[in-house]
Design a binder for this molecule. Structure first.
Ligand code: FAD
Length: 247
């Protein structure tokens, strides 16, 4: 991975998403950084060093749109790994104003150029867990650009309280995005949920009967991505129409 320029940013705000996930909104000086929706950065924290004195660096998908840079910010949505987690636990202890170093952008294979050379019939996004982060970057971009083709999102997470961007997803729905939510765990007693039960991969067959010109972006853990790609291959989606990222 060829090294890119390092940009010094600081935390403007910390948005709690779920009990284990926060979005870190980083201030980026005007003109200091550019990227395409779907790409990722290597993040580090000054003075947070490995035993050999080198910075602890981790990859994070950029969760905001390139258009958000005009408002001077870039978002990273980070799950606290908990036991054994190193960087994610450290950033979850940080506070507003703390510095974060951003190096990038990286990720040529998984990105969405806007405007595209030609529009697909539909943009289709399939994510699970924090895999929704780069998809949010793409969906925000499409909505900000008033994209003329339909947008559809399949998003799976474990328990009812694990929905990342819950309020923003409702705003997307209000703007016409077709959203399918699915949970593989349980709901809290007072929660109302109108989505499906089971893994996100299990609801695809009944809702996507055939290939009809969709451009597909998939992000999540390796097993979910493998199953989802397998589904689209089985449906004879052209290879170039299916894009994936996993971690
Ligand atoms: C392209 C890309 C994009 C990503 N985007 C995001 C994102 O948007 N949001 C997000 O939350 N994460 C993202 N990740 C994952 C992220 O880079 C980190 O891996 C994650 O935050 C965990 O880092 P950590 O330092 O907290 O944990 P680590 O210290 O790296 O540990 C992670 C897990 O591995 C285990 N582990 C560590 N070392 C060992 C070992 N030697 N043997 C066995 N187990 C071990 C730990 O117990 C822990 O469970 C992305 C990864 C990639 C590659």
């Amino acid at each position: 991975m060829a090294k890119r320029e390092v940009v010094e940013s600081s935390i403007l705000s910390i948005i709690p998403e779920t009990p284990r996930v926060n979005t870190y909104r980083l201030g980026i000086p005007s003109g200091a950084f550019s990227f395409m929706a779907g790409q990722f950065v290597m993040a580090s924290i000054p003075d947070f060093l490995r035993e050999d004195g080198r910075p602890v660096r981790r990859a994070y998908s950029i969760a905001s749109s390139p258009l958000d840079l005009k408002s001077g910010h870039l978002d990273l949505t980070i799950t606290r790994v908990g036991e054994g987690g190193y960087f994610s636990n450290r950033i979850h202890e940080s506070k507003i104003g703390d510095p974060v170093l951003i190096e990038g952008p990286y990720g040529k294979a998984f990105h969405m150029a806007y405007p595209p050379e030609s529009f697909p019939e539909r943009y289709l996004f399939v994510g699970s867990g924090s895999g929704i982060a780069p998809l949010r970057s793409m969906i925000r971009t499409l909505l900000k650009e008033s994209c003329p083709v339909p947008i559809e999102l399949f998003y799976g997470y474990r328990h009812g309280t694990d929905c990342i961007y819950e309020e923003e997803i409702k705003e997307w729905q209000a703007k016409g995005v077709r959203v399918h939510l699915s949970i593989s765990g349980s709901l809290s007693p007072d929660q109302v949920f109108t989505g499906s039960y089971g893994r996100v991969t299990s609801i695809l067959p009944e809702r996507i009967p055939s290939y009809s010109g969709q451009d597909v972006f998939i992000c999540g853990p390796p097993s979910m991505v493998e199953q989802t790609v397998g589904f689209f291959q089985g449906m004879h989606f052209p290879e170039g129409s299916v894009h994936k990222e996993q971690w």
